[in-house]
Ligand binder design. Sequence first.
Ligand code: FES
Ligand code: FES
Length: 207
Amino acid sequence: MDRNHINRSGPGFSRREFLKGSGAAVVVGAAATSAVEAPLEAQQPATKIISAGPHTITLNVNGENKQVTVEPRVLLIDALRNDLNLTGCKDVCDRSTCGACTVLIDGKPVYACTRFAIEVVGQKIDTAESLYSPEKTDDVVTAFCKHDAIQCGFCTPGFVMTVRGFCDQNPGASEEACRRALGGNICRCGTYDGVLKAAYDTAQIVR
Ligand code: FES
Ligand code: FES
């Protein structure tokens, strides 16, 4: 679980570089310390312990509060797909390498297969479904269509959310910055050229 975050902190900083240096949010409370020498309070687990049974939690998804009843072991991707019927995020590798499950959490692209649903209570989750409404189609969707950045489309929701999150944080980003930002998403069909053009176009539109 050392690849929880997908970073978009700057044009010169790729997700893979961030991942190499990133600690796991889940295990922060279990940082290695000599239990023999540590003061008593430091030996107490920093994380809250909850029962393994189902818990009813509220997730803020695409601007709406949704209740789900899930065990603590349930991943965000499974809660979204199985409990909320939001199937845009795809479960492909299930081990934080492909990016097909990317959603935005508080505006940052994150692999949904690396977060427990209970971890993201209180945070703002956006899925690919948030990018379309009858009134408005998001610019990133328009750019993907314009550049034909889709073949089988299975990776596309993940790419789209990565681009949306990156461009929101890096308006006006260069093509090279866009290329680096896409480093955590894999496309078996090889649509990278179109995706890069779509990302660059989207980045030039300041919202
Ligand atoms: S399914 Fe989550 S990164 Fe591949
Ligand atoms: S379009 Fe088929 S995997 Fe990317």
